[in-house]
Design a binder for this molecule. Sequence first.
Ligand code: SAH
Length: 246
Amino acid sequence: MPRFFVTKENIQGGKAILGGAELEHMRKVLRLRPGDQVTLFDDGGWEHEGVIQSCTSQAGEIELLRSYQPGRESALEITLAQALGKGEKMDLVVEKATELGVQTIVPFLSSYTVPRLDGRRVERRHGRWGKIALSAAKQSGRTRIPRILELDTFETLVGKPWPCELKLLFWEGEPVQTIQRVQEEWPRLRSVLLAIGPEGGFTAEEVEQASRQGFRAIHLGKRILRAETAALAAVSIIQFLWGDMG
Ligand code: SAH
Protein backbone atom coordinates (compact mmCIF):
# COMPACT_ATOMS: atom_id res chain seq x y z
CA MET A 1 0.00 0.00 0.00
CA PRO A 2 1.55 3.35 -0.99
CA ARG A 3 2.23 5.65 1.99
CA PHE A 4 2.18 9.41 2.03
CA PHE A 5 2.92 12.02 4.62
CA VAL A 6 0.37 14.70 5.48
CA THR A 7 0.50 17.32 8.20
CA LYS A 8 -2.28 17.26 10.81
CA GLU A 9 -3.55 20.65 9.72
CA ASN A 10 -4.37 19.18 6.32
CA ILE A 11 -6.72 16.63 7.86
CA GLN A 12 -10.25 17.80 8.57
CA GLY A 13 -13.70 16.34 8.66
CA GLY A 14 -12.61 12.84 7.71
CA LYS A 15 -10.61 14.09 4.71
CA ALA A 16 -6.97 14.76 4.02
CA ILE A 17 -5.61 17.15 1.44
CA LEU A 18 -2.30 16.30 -0.15
CA GLY A 19 -0.13 18.87 -1.93
CA GLY A 20 3.48 19.57 -2.94
CA ALA A 21 5.97 16.77 -3.34
CA GLU A 22 3.67 14.18 -1.79
CA LEU A 23 1.01 14.93 -4.38
CA GLU A 24 3.61 14.72 -7.15
CA HIS A 25 4.69 11.35 -5.83
CA MET A 26 1.10 10.12 -5.77
CA ARG A 27 0.07 11.43 -9.20
CA LYS A 28 3.22 11.43 -11.28
CA VAL A 29 5.41 8.70 -9.88
CA LEU A 30 2.86 6.15 -8.71
CA ARG A 31 0.12 7.36 -11.11
CA LEU A 32 -2.62 6.82 -8.56
CA ARG A 33 -6.14 7.89 -9.45
CA PRO A 34 -9.51 8.42 -7.71
CA GLY A 35 -10.71 5.17 -6.22
CA ASP A 36 -7.19 3.95 -5.37
CA GLN A 37 -6.44 3.08 -1.76
CA VAL A 38 -3.61 4.77 0.10
CA THR A 39 -2.10 4.95 3.57
CA LEU A 40 -1.28 8.32 5.08
CA PHE A 41 0.67 9.19 8.20
CA ASP A 42 0.65 12.51 9.95
CA ASP A 43 3.02 14.42 12.21
CA GLY A 44 1.13 13.38 15.32
CA GLY A 45 1.89 9.65 15.21
CA TRP A 46 -1.34 8.60 13.48
CA GLU A 47 -1.76 6.50 10.39
CA HIS A 48 -4.86 6.66 8.17
CA GLU A 49 -6.24 4.37 5.53
CA GLY A 50 -8.16 6.10 2.81
CA VAL A 51 -9.38 6.28 -0.77
CA ILE A 52 -8.47 8.99 -3.25
CA GLN A 53 -11.56 11.03 -4.06
CA SER A 54 -10.11 13.58 -6.41
CA CYS A 55 -6.66 14.31 -7.69
CA THR A 56 -5.57 17.36 -9.70
CA SER A 57 -2.22 19.06 -10.16
CA GLN A 58 -3.25 21.40 -7.30
CA ALA A 59 -4.48 18.98 -4.64
CA GLY A 60 -5.34 15.41 -3.86
CA GLU A 61 -8.38 14.77 -1.69
CA ILE A 62 -8.43 11.56 0.27
CA GLU A 63 -11.38 10.23 2.22
CA LEU A 64 -10.19 8.64 5.43
CA LEU A 65 -11.73 5.29 6.31
CA ARG A 66 -9.77 4.29 9.37
CA SER A 67 -7.30 6.07 11.67
CA TYR A 68 -5.08 4.41 14.24
CA GLN A 69 -1.81 4.83 16.13
CA PRO A 70 0.40 2.00 14.93
CA GLY A 71 3.07 2.36 17.65
CA ARG A 72 6.03 1.72 15.38
CA GLU A 73 8.20 4.37 17.00
CA SER A 74 10.83 3.38 19.53
CA ALA A 75 10.34 4.80 23.02
CA LEU A 76 14.09 5.44 23.06
CA GLU A 77 14.93 8.88 21.66
CA ILE A 78 18.14 8.54 19.68
CA THR A 79 20.01 11.59 18.46
CA LEU A 80 22.76 10.73 15.99
CA ALA A 81 25.50 13.32 15.55
CA GLN A 82 27.49 12.44 12.47
CA ALA A 83 30.59 14.24 11.21
CA LEU A 84 30.23 15.25 7.61
CA GLY A 85 32.07 12.82 5.35
CA LYS A 86 33.13 12.64 1.75
CA GLY A 87 30.61 12.39 -1.06
CA GLU A 88 27.28 10.81 -0.41
CA LYS A 89 28.08 9.00 2.83
CA MET A 90 25.76 11.19 4.83
CA ASP A 91 22.91 10.27 2.47
CA LEU A 92 23.39 6.63 3.38
CA VAL A 93 23.56 7.40 7.09
CA VAL A 94 20.37 9.48 6.94
CA GLU A 95 18.48 6.76 5.09
CA LYS A 96 19.59 3.86 7.26
CA ALA A 97 19.37 5.76 10.56
CA THR A 98 15.78 6.62 9.65
CA GLU A 99 14.97 2.96 9.05
CA LEU A 100 16.59 2.11 12.38
CA GLY A 101 14.36 4.57 14.22
CA VAL A 102 16.63 7.55 14.97
CA GLN A 103 14.63 10.70 15.83
CA THR A 104 17.22 13.41 15.32
CA ILE A 105 20.27 13.68 13.10
CA VAL A 106 22.91 16.33 13.67
CA PRO A 107 25.55 16.78 10.96
CA PHE A 108 28.70 18.43 12.26
CA LEU A 109 32.17 19.54 11.22
CA SER A 110 35.27 18.53 13.15
CA SER A 111 39.03 18.99 12.77
CA TYR A 112 39.52 16.10 10.37
CA THR A 113 36.35 16.66 8.35
CA VAL A 114 37.40 16.55 4.72
CA PRO A 115 34.77 18.53 2.81
CA ARG A 116 34.68 22.19 3.71
CA LEU A 117 31.40 23.15 2.16
CA ASP A 118 30.18 26.66 1.56
CA GLY A 119 26.81 27.79 2.90
CA ARG A 120 24.89 27.18 -0.33
CA ARG A 121 26.12 23.65 -0.77
CA VAL A 122 25.36 22.85 2.84
CA GLU A 123 21.83 24.17 2.34
CA ARG A 124 21.36 22.05 -0.78
CA ARG A 125 22.58 18.97 0.99
CA HIS A 126 20.40 19.69 3.99
CA GLY A 127 17.38 19.82 1.68
CA ARG A 128 18.39 16.51 0.14
CA TRP A 129 18.79 14.84 3.55
CA GLY A 130 15.29 15.99 4.47
CA LYS A 131 13.91 14.32 1.35
CA ILE A 132 15.86 11.13 2.02
CA ALA A 133 14.57 11.01 5.60
CA LEU A 134 10.98 11.50 4.41
CA SER A 135 11.29 8.82 1.78
CA ALA A 136 12.90 6.34 4.22
CA ALA A 137 10.21 7.10 6.81
CA LYS A 138 7.50 6.36 4.24
CA GLN A 139 9.14 3.16 3.10
CA SER A 140 9.88 1.81 6.57
CA GLY A 141 6.43 2.44 8.03
CA ARG A 142 7.52 5.12 10.46
CA THR A 143 5.10 7.68 11.79
CA ARG A 144 7.80 10.22 12.61
CA ILE A 145 10.19 11.78 10.16
CA PRO A 146 13.57 12.36 11.79
CA ARG A 147 14.54 15.98 12.28
CA ILE A 148 17.76 16.96 10.61
CA LEU A 149 19.33 19.83 12.46
CA GLU A 150 21.55 22.55 11.04
CA LEU A 151 25.23 21.81 10.60
CA ASP A 152 27.08 22.30 13.90
CA THR A 153 30.75 22.76 14.61
CA PHE A 154 32.26 20.23 17.00
CA GLU A 155 32.49 22.89 19.72
CA THR A 156 28.82 23.80 19.56
CA LEU A 157 27.80 20.16 19.29
CA VAL A 158 29.56 19.12 22.49
CA GLY A 159 28.68 22.34 24.31
CA LYS A 160 24.93 22.26 23.71
CA PRO A 161 22.57 21.33 26.55
CA TRP A 162 21.08 18.29 24.79
CA PRO A 163 18.01 16.89 26.52
CA CYS A 164 19.61 13.42 26.57
CA GLU A 165 20.29 11.25 29.58
CA LEU A 166 23.48 9.89 28.09
CA LYS A 167 26.00 11.22 25.56
CA LEU A 168 28.36 8.76 23.91
CA LEU A 169 31.31 9.59 21.67
CA PHE A 170 32.54 6.70 19.54
CA TRP A 171 36.30 6.58 19.55
CA GLU A 172 38.41 3.68 18.34
CA GLY A 173 41.19 4.72 20.76
CA GLU A 174 39.10 4.17 23.88
CA PRO A 175 40.83 1.37 25.83
CA VAL A 176 38.04 -0.02 28.02
CA GLN A 177 34.59 1.53 27.81
CA THR A 178 32.02 -0.39 25.78
CA ILE A 179 28.28 -0.01 25.24
CA GLN A 180 27.73 -3.11 27.34
CA ARG A 181 29.53 -1.63 30.34
CA VAL A 182 27.46 1.50 30.06
CA GLN A 183 24.33 -0.60 29.94
CA GLU A 184 25.26 -2.26 33.23
CA GLU A 185 25.22 1.19 34.80
CA TRP A 186 22.12 2.39 32.95
CA PRO A 187 19.71 -0.52 32.71
CA ARG A 188 16.99 1.90 31.63
CA LEU A 189 17.43 4.70 29.18
CA ARG A 190 14.98 7.00 27.42
CA SER A 191 17.24 9.30 25.46
CA VAL A 192 20.77 9.10 24.16
CA LEU A 193 23.08 11.08 21.89
CA LEU A 194 25.69 9.27 19.79
CA ALA A 195 28.59 11.13 18.19
CA ILE A 196 30.45 9.52 15.29
CA GLY A 197 33.59 11.04 13.81
CA PRO A 198 34.68 11.62 10.21
CA GLU A 199 36.91 9.31 8.11
CA GLY A 200 39.93 10.90 9.75
CA GLY A 201 38.57 10.23 13.24
CA PHE A 202 38.42 12.58 16.24
CA THR A 203 41.55 14.31 17.51
CA ALA A 204 42.70 13.53 21.06
CA GLU A 205 41.86 17.13 21.91
CA GLU A 206 38.29 16.65 20.66
CA VAL A 207 37.88 13.53 22.75
CA GLU A 208 39.10 15.52 25.76
CA GLN A 209 36.81 18.40 25.03
CA ALA A 210 33.79 16.12 24.70
CA SER A 211 34.56 14.30 27.92
CA ARG A 212 34.74 17.63 29.77
CA GLN A 213 31.19 18.23 28.52
CA GLY A 214 29.93 14.92 29.87
CA PHE A 215 30.41 12.64 26.86
CA ARG A 216 31.64 9.12 27.43
CA ALA A 217 34.14 7.69 24.98
CA ILE A 218 33.12 4.21 23.80
CA HIS A 219 34.79 1.63 21.60
CA LEU A 220 33.03 -0.70 19.22
CA GLY A 221 35.58 -3.49 19.15
CA LYS A 222 39.12 -3.65 17.82
CA ARG A 223 38.46 -3.18 14.15
CA ILE A 224 38.33 0.29 12.64
CA LEU A 225 34.94 0.77 11.06
CA ARG A 226 34.10 3.27 8.37
CA ALA A 227 32.21 6.20 9.81
CA GLU A 228 28.92 5.07 8.26
CA THR A 229 29.39 1.48 9.48
CA ALA A 230 30.17 2.75 12.99
CA ALA A 231 27.03 4.93 12.98
CA LEU A 232 24.71 2.15 11.86
CA ALA A 233 26.29 -0.46 14.15
CA ALA A 234 26.05 1.91 17.14
CA VAL A 235 22.41 2.76 16.46
CA SER A 236 21.50 -0.92 15.99
CA ILE A 237 23.20 -2.02 19.20
CA ILE A 238 21.60 0.79 21.17
CA GLN A 239 18.16 0.18 19.72
CA PHE A 240 18.62 -3.51 20.60
CA LEU A 241 19.74 -2.90 24.19
CA TRP A 242 17.45 -0.03 25.23
CA GLY A 243 15.02 0.49 22.37
CA ASP A 244 12.67 -1.67 20.37
CA MET A 245 14.92 -3.97 18.37
CA GLY A 246 15.29 -6.58 21.08
N1 SAH B 1 40.82 7.52 10.89
C1 SAH B 1 40.64 6.78 12.05
C2 SAH B 1 39.33 6.00 12.05
C3 SAH B 1 38.12 6.81 11.90
S1 SAH B 1 36.76 5.80 11.67
C4 SAH B 1 41.77 5.81 12.12
O1 SAH B 1 42.12 5.27 11.09
O2 SAH B 1 42.24 5.58 13.22
C5 SAH B 1 35.45 6.97 11.64
C6 SAH B 1 34.64 7.08 12.92
O3 SAH B 1 33.95 5.87 13.17
C7 SAH B 1 35.45 7.34 14.18
O4 SAH B 1 35.66 8.71 14.39
C8 SAH B 1 34.57 6.74 15.26
O5 SAH B 1 33.56 7.66 15.67
C9 SAH B 1 33.90 5.58 14.56
N2 SAH B 1 34.60 4.30 14.77
C10 SAH B 1 35.15 3.50 13.84
N3 SAH B 1 35.66 2.38 14.37
C11 SAH B 1 35.39 2.45 15.70
C12 SAH B 1 35.65 1.58 16.81
N4 SAH B 1 36.28 0.45 16.67
N5 SAH B 1 35.21 2.01 18.02
C13 SAH B 1 34.58 3.17 18.19
N6 SAH B 1 34.33 4.03 17.19
C14 SAH B 1 34.71 3.68 15.95
